[in-house]
Design a protein. Sequence first.
Length: 143
Amino acid sequence: MGVLEGTREAMAQIDTVLADLMRVWLLGPDGWTMPVCEIAAKVGHSYRYIWEPVSGGEGFGFTGELLENEPPHRAVTTETMIGADFPASLNELTLTPVDGGTLLSLVITDAAQRDAILATGMTSGMETSYQRLESILAVSFTA
């Protein structure tokens, strides 16, 4: 009676919904937008994320490939900062349930690239993004 077709249609939209949600919370500090959010849905697919300041000016982005995927706990990707001279790094993301939340661990295997990215101050923007996500989830699960 259309249930199977409706389920297929809904599931086909998951990547779009996920990209829209990421554009809401994964913005770094206030005053940034994420005009490009192309998610790698399957192993072997590429991703591309680009951020731009609302006020105009130079943005930045990352691109790479999903190498391993073990939802919902682990993903391994390559990552290259768009326009940078760094070689691609190998990144391993692990999500571990802990009391009261989830522990996110991101291991970047290229130490030089990791150190260069950390030197840009992006860690504070990442922290702001995760605080934003936490607030969104708190409202979603209490409503």
